[in-house]
Design a protein around this ligand. Structure first.
Ligand code: ZN
Length: 124
């Protein structure tokens, strides 16, 4: 994916904000801090951002489909509680968590697939 100039500019802003959050107004660790330690720290934060974005995307997709409301996105039929599940997935950069339902709507037969074993089949 190509990162647009606008998105890159926003990433720079967020990076500044996070550095200020971490190190105070100076926005950097003390002179002499090892590069490897700085790289480790920024890597962990980068991974955490990736996981937070992924969790939110997955949650929003599920919400678009009506999952957390406990209702079928197709016809509004309530989905039994045991078919609404918290999802936890070990992704490349860490854990992602969201909530969605799985199974099949009893009224309109719209399918909600368990997304962990079959991410390609998410669209119900
Ligand atoms: Zn339905």
């Amino acid at each position: 994916m190509a990162i647009s100039q606008q998105l890159q500019a926003r990433i720079e802003e967020v990076a500044d904000e996070l550095n200020t959050e971490l190190y105070g107004p100076k926005g950097c660790p003390p002179w002499g801090t090892k590069f490897v330690d700085m790289e480790q720290q920024t890597g962990e934060i980068g991974d955490a951002i990736a996981c937070a974005m992924l969790s939110r995307e997955l949650q929003r997709q599920a919400e678009e489909e009506g999952h957390p409301a406990g209702k079928c996105g197709g016809c509004g039929e309530p989905i039994p509680f045991e078919e609404v599940a918290g999802r936890l997935l070990q992704a490349r950069r860490g854990e992602v968590a969201w909530q969605e339902s799985y199974g099949r709507c009893r009224r309109c037969r719209k399918a909600f697939f368990p997304s962990v074993p079959s991410l390609g089949n998410r669209a119900g």
